[in-house]
Design a protein around this ligand. Structure first.
Ligand SMILES: [Zn+2]
Length: 222
């Protein structure tokens, strides 16, 4: 078995201070060299510029397999105009994708459907050192690599608030808006999961930048 496919059973390495680890759930993680190489390429590209709303974080609580080499705290997107609340802890490759999702998908959808701009995104989760779906013994979630974002609601400049939980099967405007936002995310992220995927996602959209499949190019849009 080549090193990249080596599986490691973790748990005792998981620091108790980290969210999702305090109860000691074990998870399985693989040695995946693409993570570090993609992160370093992203950092070297200069695509991320520090600002009042994108700040570097020294650490996410390691050392452990969780976290990122250079994590960021993203408090707003689209040039600072759209708040992320609370601020999301993300690795470099996620940040330009979130920014594009906001400015090229969500904002146009808000203006088209509601005639108002997007003001705020409710972040249900970002970095969390835990197994997928919190199931003990599962594979380490992309959230553990700061490579995923869960979004549960969108607030517009006129005060309208659209939640995934109520809106996905709600009135026609909310349905149209949320389906456009969900489907548009599939052009920006390698994984997009919503309420149609499973019961764990009934109230939020999960987006991440995982590499999947034998050539790392398989995408998931559900
Ligand atoms: Zn998620």
């Amino acid at each position: 078995m080549p090193p990249s496919r080596a599986r490691v059973l973790l748990g005792i390495l998981c620091p108790a201070v980290l969210s999702g680890c305090s109860a000691g759930p074990y998870f399985v993680a693989e040695n995946e060299p693409w993570r570090a190489s993609e992160e370093r390429a992203c950092l070297a590209s200069g695509v991320i510029r520090e600002s009042p709303f994108i700040r570097t974080r020294a650490t996410l609580g390691g050392p452990s397999v969780c976290g990122a080499e250079q994590p960021f705290e993203m408090a707003a997107a689209d040039g600072g105009r759209v708040r992320l609340k609370p601020a999301a802890l993300l690795r470099c490759p996620m940040i330009p994708q979130v920014d594009r999702w906001v400015s090229e998908v969500i904002e146009p959808a808000a203006r088209h459907t509601y005639g108002a701009s997007l003001a705020e995104i409710t972040v249900a989760a970002s970095y969390s050192c835990r197994p997928m779906n919190n199931i003990r013994g599962g594979h380490l979630s992309e959230h553990g690599h700061a490579n995923a974002l869960d979004v549960s609601a969108f607030t517009l400049t006129d005060g309208t608030r659209i939640t995934v939980k109520r809106g996905w099967h709600g009135d026609l405007r909310a349905q149209a808006f949320l389906h456009t936002v969900h489907d548009g995310a599939c052009a920006e992220f390698t994984t997009v999961l919503g309420p149609n995927y499973d019961r764990h996602h009934h109230d939020h959209f999960h987006v991440d930048m995982a590499r999947r499949g034998p050539n790392g190019l398989r995408t998931v849009c559900k």
